[in-house]
Design a protein around this ligand. Structure first.
Ligand code: ADP
Length: 617
């Protein structure tokens, strides 16, 4: 027989003896031998039980349908003798607890309670009975000495699993912090069982409380999860909408669009970009843009640059891997994506179709060449015819005047055509300069003489002065004469009748000793300070008193022709008083002159912000 079975046998025997005593006390006086014998046997059994529990309390509970001893179900309630059941029900006793040392007198008092009409507890108290207690919360205490498996509080479906969990801890009314200490090391179910064990000693009630709490907990968790999921769903929807919007914008753009991250890895491409690269996004996604020969030409070195978040690196020279002009085009079509902290996290680029761009470029150049040619040939014939008519016509002054105006207009038209042609050549890099040792004095005079007739016709005095010993320049003579003609023609245009224009040539001084300077000084309307920087830009015409026509290309072509030969051009002007343009051309230093560019003092452009450099603005 196991230890448990021994114990249960003891409990049964005691209950039988106790029931017998209960019955006999109703029949006999307390000193009747039968009663005495039952009480003595009961005392002996209580002693043995106390020993088997190691000195712990011994409790007998009737809970609804069963009798439990120390929390362990022993027998169904309907199998119990009526006398025992009546004792419990009459006094609404739930548990009778026998403390170690409880004897025959204690048992006798308990049996005599049956006939008492008042409170059972008060009856025992009156007789000084301390070792038998009624209705005490017993489970935690009993467990202290309970055998293994004598579970008192269990979570549903965990019967026995929480066995012994109350070991060594407080009775009812023990300090609460001990509970906290205890449950801190327990899993949820055991912790719940521990707490509920403190609330009620009734196992059925405990189970109900646990089930209720678990249901409430589940409900609260589910509500929390639903709330959190709702938030996530909303966020997801937002992201999905954003994506759909971005995608629809990307697909509807006629140009190819490639989005790369800050490492230059491809994130998105629209169908047009796929067509240019010849590959689907699924094949290229995650690949580095610089590793792809198909679109390398379109994106130039963009990805290399955006890798860096540092200004200094971004400002470094662009590697032009694509066709001429492509780098600029791509940069202009590129938007840098920055995060909230201003760091570059990616870029959107519109890689133009290289072939298409080349075709457009070619078409543009062909158109300008054809147009200027077609315009110039009839113009030359018209001018020749007008000149013949002017010579032959003996007519009156009025008709001569008309003829002269017509001739001047053909000249103006011719110079406009020349400007357009030169501008187109400069843009396509096709303007060639035959630089050689050229006489500065002769260049100045040649330019002045070719404009004298026009100046005279406007009543403007044109003077030329050349500093003695002025050096030859290293320049294309024809182009340099053209530079001076442009400046003189502007001076004539913007100087009123009676004004003067001085053309001079002199040697550069000190740090500019490597240059020979030409000056074109007029007494015209002058240029406002705020306009002085702008007039060298293409298509810029600043307001002046007189409407003089022109294209706004003259000075930008002039400057380009000077700078491309290693020269420099400056302007000094005072509105209302006149302007002086100074052109410095490198001094010719003999055969093999190639180093002239090194002597050019660097004219630094104002520092641009990094993003303008990056985008080629
Ligand atoms: P355009 O071919 O129209 O003359 P330019 O590039 O030669 O264009 O000149 C740009 C503008 O600069 C002119 O429209 C004029 O307003 C101003 N400008 C140029 N030269 C002079 C000058 N000598 N005096 C006053 N204004 C001038």
């Amino acid at each position: 027989m196991t230890e448990n079975q021994d114990q249960k046998l003891l409990w049964f025997n005691f209950l039988k003896t106790f029931t017998r005593a209960l019955v006999q006390i109703n029949l006999y006086k307390p000193d009747h031998p039968q009663v005495k014998q039952a009480l003595e046997e009961g005392q002996a059994l209580l002693g043995q039980i106390a020993d088997s529990l190691g000195g712990g309390d011994f409790s007998v509970t009737i809970d609804h349908d069963k009798l439990l001893v120390n929390g362990v179900p022993l027998v169904a309630a309907d199998k119990l003798p009526n006398s025992l059941k009546n004792l419990y029900s009459k006094f609404r006793i739930q548990t009778i607890t026998f403390s170690p040392g409880a004897g025959g007198d204690d048992l006798l008092a308990l049996c005599q309670v049956q006939a008492f009409k008042g409170e059972a507890k008060a009856f025992l108290a009156e007789r000084g009975i301390e070792k038998i207690k009624l209705n005490e919360a017993v489970y935690a205490k009993v467990e202290a000495g309970a055998p293994a498996g004598a579970a008192s509080v269990t979570a549903p479906g965990q019967a026995g699993a929480a066995g012994g969990q109350g070991q060594g801890q407080g009775q009812a009314g023990a300090p609460q912090e001990k509970v906290a200490e205890k449950i801190s090391g327990q899993n949820f179910e055991n912790a719940l069982a521990t707490v509920v064990g403190r609330v009620t000693s009734d196992p059925a009630e405990q189970r109900r409380v646990i089930e209720l709490l678990e249901a409430k907990f589940k409900e609260a968790v589910e509500a929390g999860v639903t709330r959190a999921l709702e938030e996530v769903r909303r966020e997801k929807k937002k992201v999905e909408n954003d994506m759909a919007r971005t995608e629809s914008v990307m697909t509807s753009i006629a140009d190819g669009v490639v989005v790369v991250d800050k490492e230059g890895k491809i994130l998105m491409m629209n169908p047009q970009a796929e067509a240019i690269s010849g590959k689907a996004l699924s094949q290229l996604s995650g690949k580095n843009i610089v590793d792809l020969s198909q679109i390398e030409n379109q994106v130039v070195s963009l990805a290399k640059e955006i890798k860096s978040e540092n200004r200094a690196d971004i400002s470094k020279e662009i590697v032009r891997t694509g066709p001429a002009g492509m780098a600029e085009t791509v940069k202009k079509a590129t938007a840098i994506i920055q995060n909230e902290d201003g760091k570059i996290v990616g870029a959107v680029s519109i890689p133009t179709d290289a072939v298409k761009l080349k075709q457009v470029e070619q078409l543009q150049q062909e158109f300008i060449a054809n147009m200027t040619h077609e315009l110039r040939s009839p113009l030359t014939s018209i001018k020749a015819a007008l000149e013949i008519m002017g010579k032959d016509a003996g007519g009156d002054d009025a008709s001569k005047g008309v003829l002269n105006t017509a001739i001047r207009n053909t000249e103006r038209l011719n110079s406009i055509i020349t400007d357009i042609l030169d501008f187109s050549k400069l843009q396509s890099g096709k303007m060639v300069f035959h630089q050689e040792g050229s006489p500065a004095a002769e260049i100045a005079k040649e330019a002045a003489e070719s404009m004298r007739a026009w100046a005279t016709s406007k009543g403007i005095d044109l003077a030329v002065s050349v500093e003695p010993g002025v050096q030859h320049i290293y320049a294309d003579r024809r182009r340099t004469v053209q530079v001076l003609i442009n400046l003189i023609s502007n001076a004539i245009k913007f100087t009123p009748q009676g004004g003067t224009i001085e053309i001079s040539a002199d040697a550069g001084k000190e740090s500019l000793a490597g240059f020979t300077f030409f000056s074109v000084k007029d007494t015209g309307c002058g240029i406002k300070k705020e306009d002085q920087g702008k007039i060298f830009e293409k298509f810029v015409q600043v307001a002046s008193g007189e409407k003089v026509g022109g294209t706004g290309l003259g000075l930008s072509i002039t400057k380009a022709m000077v700078v491309m030969q290693g020269g420099r051009i400056t302007l000094e002007s005072e509105p209302g008083k006149g302007s002086t343009f100074r052109v410095g051309m490198p001094v010719y230093k003999g055969q093999g002159e190639q180093q002239v560019f090194e002597q050019v003092p660097e004219v630094k452009a104002p520092e641009k912000p990094w993003w303008k450099k990056l985008l080629g603005m």
